[in-house]
Ligand binder design. Structure first.
Ligand SMILES: [Zn+2]
Length: 361
């Protein structure tokens, strides 16, 4: 028995589809009918910088395995419940982040996962992540790249007392590490909140996380090779608050945020893959809030919607999510998010592997 429905995406003609046994199939005359004619469909929302093992930025200052295990299913269900069906988990305290891959694939979001975050001693919050000395970086990623959920996460820069932010690894170390990870079929994401951004782009890093100090040249280079940028504006605003706007760090951050107002429209114009990521600055499932911030900082409603949905699908190879045989997953909205991205905050219907997760039609 199949269920017929209409898939009306924000662009293009509505298509008649059906689903059966959890996957999309051709529309047919004998099935049920799920009325989605007046709704706008996306394959799902996507959070490209989540940490499913954690619930608050404070967790980086100390979290146990037990709490991480306990958080994981709850945070994943919270995401699905708000229509966030694709998650890029950008790592955590240890490789325990990979447990999300063990949960029921029909219930959890689609996930790609980095393991423990890699940094040298003094290069991130003490005791969080995996400490790897600069000269050991290449050997370390050679060992772990193929054992992760598609990603390796490196911390690119971190403030040192009295010196401000310094790069954690040299350009050559980073470039070689990127090559090794690519050869293993995985991707590299880098945490960069200061000047490591340009070297990371030049080294071929796949995804720039935060990146307030990306330059126009960096964005051109990213666009040319299909690189991604996850600005995490909500998180940046949180960090600014935490540092205090008058501190030296706060002033630096303010400068970076101001620069984002130029860089986001430029990224849209150049065709950089901009992805929405929450980084725990809002509750799990609220990537729509980041999409609204991206608009506030210069993306069009259309680009902000794409950043929080289809861009991440394309980026992870899910280029035709409504094709025959693909998982019957979709999120529907009453209003067209390309006209007002705020529509993403109110999913009317969520379908995941053919199961109706939420129905507020
Ligand atoms: Zn993060």
């Amino acid at each position: 028995m199949s269920t017929n429905l209409t898939i009306r995406q924000p662009e293009g003609e509505p298509i008649a589809m059906a689903f059966a046994d959890g996957v999309f199939v051709d529309a047919n005359t004998d099935g049920d009918h799920l009325d989605t004619d007046d709704l706008w469909a996306l394959p799902g929302l996507a959070d490209a910088h989540a940490h499913l093992t954690m619930t608050s930025p404070k967790d980086i200052f100390g979290i146990t395995d037990e709490i991480m295990r306990d958080n994981m299913p709850k945070t994943a269900w919270a995401q699905v419940d708000r229509g966030v069906l694709l998650i890029l988990d950008k790592g955590g305290c240890s490789d325990l982040t990979l447990i999300s891959l063990d949960h029921d694939p029909n219930r959890r979001p689609f996930v790609e996962v980095a393991g423990g975050m890699i940094h040298p001693a003094g290069g991130y919050v003490d005791g969080f992540g995996v400490e790897v000395a600069p000269e050991d970086l290449v050997a370390h990623v050679r060992d772990v790249a193929s054992k992760r959920g598609g990603w390796v996460k490196v911390v690119g820069d971190w403030p040192r007392k009295g010196q401000g932010p310094l790069n954690n690894y040299s350009f050559d170390q980073l470039r070689e590490a990127v090559d090794v990870v690519h050869a293993a079929g995985a991707r590299v994401a880098i945490h960069t909140m200061a000047n490591s951004a340009s070297e990371a782009v030049a080294a071929g890093v796949d995804s720039i996380e935060h990146g307030p100090f990306l330059t126009a040249d960096d964005l051109s280079a990213l666009a040319a090779r299909g690189g991604a940028w996850v600005p995490t504006v909500v998180n940046m605003l949180d960090v600014l608050q935490m540092l205090g706007p008058d501190s030296s760090g706060g002033k630096m951050f303010q400068k970076g945020l101001d620069e984002m107002r130029n860089n986001l429209p430029l990224a849209e114009e150049l065709g950089v893959t901009v992805l929405a990521g929450t980084d725990m600055a809002v509750p799990h499932g609220e990537v729509s809030i980041e999409a609204m911030r991206l608009r506030e900082y210069g993306l069009s409603d259309r680009a902000a919607t794409i950043a929080a949905s289809t861009a991440a699908y394309d980026y992870t190879g899910r280029t035709d999510p409504f094709a025959n045989g693909e998982p019957a997953s979709a999120v529907f909205f009453r209003d067209n998010p390309y006209e007002d991205v705020e529509a993403l905050t109110r999913p009317a219907l969520i379908l995941h592997h053919g199961t109706i997760v939420r129905d507020e039609r």
